[in-house]
Design a protein around this ligand. Structure first.
Ligand code: WT7
Length: 650
């Protein structure tokens, strides 16, 4: 993919697992051999970690690719696996969720409590006419009821469609309509940045254009006044008064579990469909393998929102199916102060932390002294997901959060893959900062060139998955053609992930971002991720975004936006000097071809609500165009700031 830019591959640091962790790891190196000897037998063994009401007849039916059927003929109930079986085994008193509201209110919910709440919700939904096969939309803040609502749907075989609470009425309405949801579960609001943030008015507006919706179930969280219509019911009057007795019925392994719309920055959202047996098998196994989760002793915390797939797989289904104790936090990391995350780690003794590069870089920007003020000695494993993590951010995470000793697992996967696919195993892999390393046991990933040929070590191209996996998406809801077109038409017989990647000389995989984010400068392919990593490796830069802007001479030219770290002086001459230094630094690190034409120092970057940088908007700025659609931006004022600064910088 880029001859001139082999430099990211020159990363020589490598960190073997801590001896203690390796000695007691849930999964050892043998898993790779076992899976490559017989992949389907390997997955059958992982499926056996779950409780099945009826055993499958066949592990995989791939007779009509790419429409997969896993664990054909098997039957199970997902909520039973996440709740009842732990209670029945005498672990009902174990804490499932240490919940912390943004204002500081807390709830401690045991497995017995969560089971009871879920049974009541399942009965309430049934009374409202929801039956197996129906769809229920969930639009909630990060409160325990979000997990309860999902589990209650799973329990009665209704597919949930969780819509992130930050989405607009239009987005919500489109998603409700696409899935013809019968019931919407929401709240009056939640707390964000120190104040109540209403949700119900958005639902009211959305539901007005959704004839499929028969009832709206409303959790009271903030206590603020809400408008009320004939469809509305209070959760506390409906769910909390319903019977706590409910027997979970088994469902077919391929019964739909949920639809989740990908947050795509451009195209119409796709309703990614996940089903029951394969999805739970892989989310459960990867939680056990990648996080080395020991349910008896660990306190696990995934900082994602339940509205994203990370929250589905690694707050609800993965951890609960393993009987984990976890932390769930409602609010933002800087409310009431920038130490909030570390205070939570300290208070609950969090041992496994799973978060996103965007947060790690934000913490870097806020300064090392903030985490240094807390006792983080309970931590034993750190995870990252959502974007390529720059080597410097990886190192900062290990040094400043992980005491310079903890393993960092960089986990690559997608809404579509359902569960982690490429990642170190913490007790096995000597991880390299910035690399997701190798496919997990049972996963067959590769990097191929334009023609779909596997590239040799040292080469770059497109990331593909060569074999079906248990938690793979089954289709795009209501649109099999789009499913075929989007993922299976680029390369014959392979799943095309849409990401660029490289194999280093050891064959380890480095993710380079979405293929749309590759620039063509004077005939050289240069990945935005590489230039961003080079910028972030400079001590004065906390975060950077790079785009290719049309250039009369070079075809595309590199334009960079960089957020200075901590207290860096950027006024007047100091700023100009820093920009010059940074251009030279990139040139030295990656080669002169990668030297940005322009660098702009900014205070913030435009991000989607899931924390991904919206390069499309930065490209608009860099090419002096008026801004495209900004509705999926987390903070729309960011773009005004950047645009005004840009015209001054030219
Ligand atoms: C895209 C999927 C997976 C849950 C959150 C995102 C990027 C994700 C990594 C990683 C490099 C990553 C890819 C992928 N991505 N994890 N560890 N290293 N890139 O889910 O919203 O469906 O996004 O996120 O580009 O295709 P998603």
């Amino acid at each position: 993919m880029s001859e001139a830019l082999a430099n990211l591959l020159n990363e020589t640091r490598q960190f073997p697992p801590p001896a203690e962790l390796a000695a007691h790891a849930n999964v050892t190196v043998d898993a790779y051999a076992e899976a490559s000897a017989d992949r389907l037998a390997f997955w059958a063994k992982q499926a056996d970690r779950l409780a099945w009401s009826k055993k499958w007849d066949e592990v995989l039916d791939w007779s009509n690719p790419p429409f997969a059927k896993w664990f054909v003929g098997g039957q199970l109930n997902v909520a039973y696996n996440c709740l009842d079986r732990h209670v029945e085994a005498g672990r009902g008193d174990k804490v499932a969720i240490h919940w912390e509201g943004e204002p500081g209110d807390t709830r401690t919910i045991t497995y017995a409590d969560l089971h009871e709440l879920t049974c009541r919700a399942a009965n309430a939904l049934t009374e409202l006419g929801v039956t197996a096969g129906d769809r229920v939309a969930i639009y909630l803040p990060m409160i325990p009821e979000a997990a309860v609502a999902m589990l209650a749907c799973a329990r009665i075989g209704a597919a949930h469609s969780v819509v992130f609470g930050g989405f607009s009425a239009d987005s919500l309405s489109n998603r409700i309509q696409d899935a013809s949801a019968k019931v919407v579960i929401t709240a009056d609001g939640g707390y964000r940045r120190g104040k109540p943030s209403a949700l119900k008015p958005t639902v009211d507006e959305a539901v007005a254009s959704c004839p499929s919706v028969e009832h709206v179930l409303v959790v009271r969280r903030t206590g603020e006044d809400v408008a009320w219509s004939a469809k509305d019911l209070w959760w506390h009057e409906t769910v909390e008064t319903a019977s706590a007795e409910h027997t979970a019925q088994p469902f077919d392994a391929e019964h739909p579990l949920f639809i989740l719309y990908t947050s795509g920055t451009t195209a119409r959202p796709k309703g990614i469909l996940h089903t029951t047996g394969g999805y739970l098998t892989q989310t459960s196994y990867t939680t056990h393998a990648v996080f080395d989760l020991k349910p008896e002793t660990d306190v696990y915390w995934c900082t994602a929102d339940i509205g994203w797939v990370t929250g589905h797989s690694y707050i609800v289904y993965g951890p609960l199916s393993n009987g984990a104790t976890q932390v769930m936090y409602e609010g933002t990391p800087d409310t009431p102060n920038k130490g909030r995350f570390w205070e939570i780690v300290d208070r609950y003794g969090v041992s496994i932390l799973y978060t996103a590069p965007t947060l790690i870089r934000t913490m870097m920007k806020w300064g090392d002294d903030i985490p240094a003020g807390f006792d983080l000695s309970s931590l034993r494993l750190l995870g990252s997901v959502g974007e390529p993590i720059n080597p410097e951010a990886w190192m900062w995470y290990r040094e400043h959060i992980g005491r310079g000793e903890l393993p960092v697992v960089d986990t690559w996967w997608q809404t579509e893959t359902g569960a982690i696919m490429i990642s170190p195993l913490p007790g096995v892999t000597a991880a390299k900062p910035g690399s997701a390393m190798t496919p997990l046991p049972g996963i067959v990933a590769d990097v191929v060139d334009d023609q779909g040929q596997s590239v040799p070590n040292g080469g770059g191209g497109y990331l593909v998955l060569r074999e079906p996996w248990p938690s793979m998406l089954r289709t795009i809801w209501g649109d099999d053609n789009r499913f075929l077109e989007t993922y299976w038409s680029r390369f014959e017989g392979m799943y095309f992930a849409g990401d660029g990647a490289k194999k280093d000389d050891d064959g380890h995989i480095w993710l380079l971002g979405r293929v749309d984010d590759v620039m063509l400068v004077s005939g050289h392919n240069i990945s935005t991720t590489e230039v961003e990593s080079a910028l972030v490796s400079h001590p004065s830069v906390a975060e950077a975004a790079v785009v290719g802007a049309t250039d009369p001479t070079t075809g595309q030219a590199i334009v960079a936006f960089a957020i200075p770290r901590g207290t860096t002086d950027i006024a007047g001459e100091a700023g100009k000097q820093l920009i010059a230094d940074l251009r030279n630094h990139v040139s030295k690190t990656l080669g002169p071809i990668a030297k940005p034409r322009q660098i702009m120092l900014v205070a913030e970057l435009p991000k989607t609500r899931s924390g991904k940088i919206m390069r499309r908007l930065l490209r608009d700025v860099a090419e002096n165009r008026s801004l495209g659609d900004v509705t999926t931006l987390q903070d729309s004022s960011v773009m005004e700031l950047i645009s005004s600064g840009m015209s001054g910088a030219k």
